[in-house]
Design a protein around this ligand. Structure first.
Ligand SMILES: [Zn+2]
Length: 262
């Protein structure tokens, strides 16, 4: 068993759900194999002719898995309103409205904050240059709201049913294309995360980024399950684990785009 991780840490939550997804897909293939067996042979035939050791091992594995999964309390629907954002179901027209409105909002915010943004500090540029292209780093503007006495980002648009989608005030930072706005103190790690989003914006374009984000959020109802976000957390955790193991974020993002993983 690996070391206990802090489950307040979004990376650990992404890992938990990744492991669960993996276990589920392995269980499904075990189920298919069992169905094949069931279709071809009766239980009597299996009991009489199976190699005894193999049969009892398979039974013990199945019993163990059943006991384990049954011991996990079933989730009451939306029992965790902090993680799973509540909100009415959206139909396709509302989703399209949300995409258009939030895209426009992102553009406005980008213009507003670009004006007061500052270039990356030399110290940050030199660390990030191992992971991001010089042209991206040169374009980035950073705004630390606390420095400007601006408080946290608030959504100032009309109250629509989908505004919970953005959940901006819970985030350490928000990336508006090439402008990174920090709700909290800037750390190297949070800057890295925000820059991953800047690469996603660069490669996907703002409208496509917004559409992918919103559609995934509507489907999963949880920001950490949105692939754009999960990928940023995954790369951030690789960076935090050992920043000497460099990699090119643009290549990683391109790979996910090519494979349709967003
Ligand atoms: Zn993020």
């Amino acid at each position: 068993m690996c070391a206990r991780q802090d489950l307040g840490d979004p990376v650990a939550l992404v890992q938990l759900n990744g492991d669960l997804r993996h276990a589920h897909s392995e269980l499904q293939s075990a189920q298919r194999a069992a169905q094949r067996l069931q279709a071809r042979f009766t239980v009597d035939e299996i009991a009489r002719h199976a190699e005894p050791e193999m049969l009892s091992t398979a039974q013990a594995t199945a019993t163990g898995l059943h006991q384990y999964f049954s011991s996990i309390p079933r989730l009451a629907q939306s029992s965790n309103s902090v993680r799973s954002m509540e909100g009415p179901e959206l139909d396709e027209n509302q989703v399209l409205d949300a995409i258009a409105d939030i895209s426009a909002y992102m553009c406005e915010q980008r213009e507003k904050y670009y004006a007061i943004g500052e270039p990356l500090e030399a110290q940050h540029t030199s660390i990030m240059a191992n992971f991001f292209s010089p042209s991206l780093l040169a374009r980035i503007r950073v705004v630390q709201l606390a420095k400007h006495g601006l408080g946290r980002i608030k959504i100032e648009r009309k109250a629509n049913s989908y505004h919970h989608l953005l959940e901006l005030t819970h985030m350490a930072s928000v990336t508006f294309e090439d402008v990174v706005v920090f709700n909290e103190e800037l750390t190297t790690r949070s800057l890295f995360h925000a820059l991953v989003h800047a690469v996603q914006f660069q490669l996907l374009g703002l409208p496509r980024y917004t559409e992918l984000f919103i559609r995934a959020f509507v489907a999963t109802r949880w920001r950490f399950n949105v692939p754009l976000e999960a990928h940023a957390f995954e790369l951030e955790s690789r960076f935090a684990a050992d920043r000497r193991q460099t990699f090119v974020v643009e290549n990683e993002v391109r790979l996910w785009i090519d494979r349709g993983r967003y």
